[in-house]
Design a protein around this ligand. Structure first.
Ligand code: SAH
Ligand code: SF4
Length: 392
């Protein structure tokens, strides 16, 4: 990693560009924006709210994309909608299924860019790992995504679209006439832990998560959504105030010297500033603990001393420490700590009174595990330079 790697945001979400046929995509619009769009297209003002509710339910509760199937709308109105709008989700370019059932989707968004979305089935839940940017402006030295330059931010429609397309693939839309609440939820949790730094695309992530939480639709509880940030301190309080979801912090080191190397945003907001922002976090409580993610890198951040320093640092913050065995990728400059080392580290933290689960790597055989995501085009380009290990 170069010391000059960018540590601040340098692009904004691309404005929603009307597609070539001029039809606006309704996916990703907030409720007021959807209502406004329907009225602008000719829906009588006094019917605006009712029509918005109807269309909303078709899209997010029933998974319908074709206006013709929106049977509680009069035929001429369906035609009006079809003339002005589309209900579009990003396209799945390829799907890989791991031996452990993890599914990785390569998803194409407008402009031909690609992101990855990962579905992780577990016994009592199914978690969708959603991307918020193509690439990342940050360049954490252990993260595969970080070796890919930021191409652009995703729009709210592209973020919520990942949820819709996963539900399509899982066959999770309710049968016509059945109450959606009776359905088993295959997709029960969302983690914003895919490609990108969600707090550098705050508004789009917020609007998409509001849609995911809306009770008349995907209807996921805010406690089932976790946003992971590398530590964009000025945006942390807003996460509680404007989204209200759970928070995870990519902590990964116990001294500024090491964290500067692993998570370069630390040079902008160091450990003390990050912890201050967490102590002031509006939603902090024992029932809503902050998750500290800690990647276990052999000989870098995994000593007993690190474990003890970590406990000291987070004192007073209701927290859970999620230990992530490092997932290797081609050319990665680190090694995974041994299982014994990880267990010893976990034990020290556990004895200090914190939950310290060790995350089981999922989907490693298809490069779907944490930090391995990178779009295929980038991967292919890098494979061509494969002779140069850890070149970036
Ligand atoms: N940009 C956000 C969210 C995406 S990364 C963030 O950094 O928090 C999701 C988690 O995976 C982060 O904790 C990240 O530090 C971790 N991660 C990245 N690369 C990894 C790797 N190679 N092995 C294990 N975890 C990794
Ligand atoms: Fe970006 Fe997160 Fe990877 Fe760091 S760990 S480069 S912030 S995606």
């Amino acid at each position: 990693m170069t010391a000059t790697a960018p540590i601040t945001q340098d692009v904004l979400t691309l404005p929603r560009k009307p597609p070539q046929d001029g039809k606006m995509n309704l996916v990703g619009l907030t409720r007021p924006a959807l209502q406004e769009a329907l009225v602008a297209a000719g829906t009588p003002e006094r019917q605006g709210k009712m029509r918005m509710n109807q269309v909303w339910q078709w899209i997010y509760q029933k998974g319908v994309r074709d206006f013709d199937l929106m049977t509680n709308l009069a035929k001429p109105y369906r035609t009006l909608l079809a003339e002005n709008f589309v209900v579009e989700v990003p396209e799945i370019v390829s799907k890989q299924v791991s031996d452990d059932g993890t599914r990785k989707y390569l998803v194409r968004i407008a402009g031909g860019h690609e992101v990855e979305t990962v579905y992780i089935p577990e016994e009592d839940r199914g978690t969708l790992c959603v991307s918020s940017q193509v690439g990342c402006t940050l360049s954490c030295s252990f993260c595969h995504t970080g070796t890919q330059k930021l191409v652009r931010n995703l729009t709210p429609g592209e973020i919520v679209g990942q949820i819709l397309l996963a539900r399509d693939d899982l066959g999770e839309w309710p049968e016509p006439g059945r109450n959606p609440k009776d359905e088993t939820r295959l997709l029960s949790n969302i983690v914003l832990m895919g490609m990108g730094e969600p707090l550098y695309n705050f508004e789009a992530v917020r609007d998409a998560m509001k849609i995911a939480m809306d009770p008349e639709g995907i209807s996921l509880s805010r406690r089932r959504i976790t946003l992971s940030t590398s530590g964009v301190v000025p945006e942390i309080a807003r996460t509680a105030e404007e989204i209200g979801c759970m928070l995870a912090i990519s902590f990964h080191a116990t001294t500024d010297e090491v964290r500067d190397r692993l998570v370069p945003i630390n040079k902008k907001w160091n450990i003390a500033e990050l912890l201050d922002s967490l102590r002031a976090y509006p939603k902090l409580s024992n029932s809503e603990r902050i998750t500290f993610e800690y990647v276990m890198l052999q000989g870098v951040n995994d000593s007993d001393e690190d474990a003890r320093r970590l406990i000291k640092l987070i004192e007073g913050i209701p927290a859970k420490i999620n230990l992530i065995p490092f997932n290797e990728w081609p050319g990665a400059p680190y090694k995974r700590s041994s299982n014994n080392r990880i267990r010893a580290f976990a034990d020290i933290i556990y004895k200090a009174g914190y939950a310290s689960p060790i995350r089981t790597p999922r989907g490693e055989d298809i490069m779907a595990a944490c930090g391995q995501l990178k779009s295929a085009s980038e991967r292919a380009r890098n494979a061509r330079r494969a002779e140069k290990p850890a070149a970036e």
